[in-house]
Design a protein around this ligand. Structure first.
Ligand code: DQA
Length: 158
């Protein structure tokens, strides 16, 4: 069974109480519960990690290299500052999906830059808890390429 590592960055442990008008009412525990349910349905294994410390996140990404197939990460404030997390993802060579609850491009200008995006397979933001659920689906498609959507090309009728 492919394993996906979910990493939550700084202050995400406060979700539910932290600026609900921006981040919604779900707690981190509830978000993880919904992710677990989706993982079970998709028959993948999922592990969670939350830290407020950049170095701990770097260490966990480095260790994930041999035991996980993909990383789903909300780097939170480190999105905009962390060369170290970006380099760790680049070095691990694991497919990575970046997610944000809020639409970082509709907020303060310092949030418009993600140092992580260039080393991620893609980024999903602005959909609240659905950013995580869509992000997990994207990660699953990356580790199970056969599952990618097969869009039929429309034949022109003669
Ligand atoms: C966030 C957006 C970041 O700018 C912010 O620092 C966070 C949360 C989000 O999920 O919307 O902590 O990553």
């Amino acid at each position: 069974m492919p394993k996906v590592l979910v990493i939550h960055g700084p202050n995400l442990g406060l979700l539910g109480r932290r600026q609900p008008e921006i981040y919604g009412n779900f707690t981190l525990h509830e978000i993880n519960k919904h992710l677990k349910k989706l993982a079970r349905k998709e028959k993948i294994e999922i592990k969670f990690f939350q830290s407020n410390h950049e170095g701990e996140i770097v260490d966990v990404i480095g260790e994930a290299k041999d035991s996980f197939a993909a990383v789903l990460i909300n780097p939170a404030a480190y999105t905009h500052t962390s060369v170290a997390i970006r380099d760790a993802i680049g070095a691990a060579g694991l497919p990575c999906v970046e997610v944000h609850l809020s639409n970082i491009y509709a907020r303060e200008t310092f949030r418009h830059t993600s140092l992580i995006a260039p080393v991620a397979a893609g980024q999903i933001c602005g959909f609240g808890i659905d950013s995580y659920l869509l992000g997990l689906q994207a990660a699953i498609r990356l580790v199970r390429p056969k599952r990618r959507l097969k869009l039929k090309s429309r034949r022109r009728s003669k």
